[in-house]
Design a protein around this ligand. Structure first.
Ligand SMILES: [Zn+2]
Length: 366
């Protein structure tokens, strides 16, 4: 990857114009976040975009201009512009800044001063299962599982691995089937017609666990819990799956096998896990080598050598063999998980991505 040269803005430019230019560029390049922070005490500020999952420096602002831009962002987000020593969160309406979606703004005090992060909800993420670019075996596993009336559909993978996008694509298909889908999410990233969607609000006491307790009374056929992160939520999830509901959720685990370990550590009984149909999906996103420059770096890819991402996933259905393992808790005897690395190696060989990206995502050489 070639380090791009950040744009220098003239200190005399006006803040609304600079902000507009930065946001236009962020939207055009498909950035998911815009970071604005000071580099040295009292020095220049750096603007970075999160592009295909990686932070890329795009512009440098003089302290005076940066202060005015950050003040403008805070004003538009309805935050207290004079407060710099406490974190604040707000939202900028898309109409105020001419972006396709609202922006979420988060400010945070650091030793060098206030840092701002603007989250762009990129609309290009609303895709169907067929448009995601999943491999044929992964698509087959998902399509075989989705018509099930009851069971567990669990996704894992680090933050930014595309789990949410895949889940929304699944929900879009499920909603078409006429079943009642009730979700509790953090945050709701896409609004899908026909679904009952709720956003958790921990400040007001609406946690995953609290929402999950009431979900079953909303007469759902399909429940979506954004993440299983405590015992209470895990218990509700298992009860839902065992009482004739299809439960969709995510867990923090590095592998399909790790999902079972995680559920057990959250107090789930292995025999009830073995009693429900299930599919575990472990997903990663690989940056795609830029087709304009073949990875050498060009204006189209902001000199990064990559443009766009593609999902790579492995699926582990809870079948008879896995059930036996679950009952005996001998997880190490489960099939080794090499599907993900094998699929990614093929993508490297075909030139769709490269060895450096493979190493970044999977932590070892192809
Ligand atoms: Zn390029």
């Amino acid at each position: 990857m070639i380090a791009p040269t950040p744009t220098e803005f003239s200190a005399t430019e006006d803040a609304p114009s600079v902000l507009r230019q930065l946001l236009e560029r962020a939207v055009a390049s498909g950035a998911s976040d815009l970071h604005l922070q000071r580099l040295t005490p009292g020095g220049a500020w750096m603007v970075r975009f999160r592009l295909d999952g990686v932070l890329v420096p795009v512009a440098r602002l003089s302290p005076d201009l940066a202060e005015r831009v950050s003040g403008r962002v805070k004003y538009l987000a309805g935050l207290k512009t004079y407060v710099e020593t406490l974190p604040q969160e707000g939202r900028i309406d898309r109409a105020a800044i001419a972006t396709p979606d609202d922006l979420r703004v988060s400010t945070y005090p650091t030793v060098l001063g206030e840092k701002l992060v603007l989250r762009l909800f990129t609309t290009h993420e609303s895709r169907t299962l067929d448009q995601l670019g999943l491999s044929a075996p992964t698509l087959r596993s998902l399509r075989a599982f989705l018509p099930q009336p009851a069971g567990l559909l669990l996704f894992t993978g680090p933050a930014g691995s595309g789990k949410t996008t895949t889940i929304y694509a699944c929900l879009r298909e499920l909603a078409e089937g006429g079943r009642h889908v009730v979700t509790v999410e953090d945050p709701v990233e896409q609004i899908i017609p026909g679904l009952t969607q709720t956003e958790i609000d921990e400040a007001r006491g609406l946690t995953f666990a609290e929402a999950a307790r009431h979900l079953l009374r909303q007469d759902p056929e399909i429940l979506v819990i954004g993440e299983i992160r405590d015992e209470q939520t895990a218990a509700v999830a298992m009860r839902a799956a065992l009482t004739g509901h299809l439960l969709v959720s995510t867990l923090h685990a590095g592998s399909c096998r790790g999902v079972f370990d995680r559920l057990l550590s959250l107090g789930v009984d292995p025999s009830s896990l073995a009693a429900t149909p299930g599919l575990v999906v472990n997903q990663r996103l690989f940056r795609r080598t830029c087709t304009h420059c073949a990875g050498d770096g060009c204006p189209q890819c902001l000199e990064t050598g990559y443009r766009g991402r593609m999902p790579v996933a492995e699926c582990l259905p809870i079948n008879e063999a896995v059930r036996t393992v679950l009952r005996t808790r001998a997880f190490t005897t489960l099939q080794p998980e090499t599907a993900l690395a094998t699929e990614a190696s093929l993508l490297v060989q075909a030139g769709h991505t490269d060895r450096r990206e493979f190493l970044r995502i999977l932590g070892h050489e192809p």
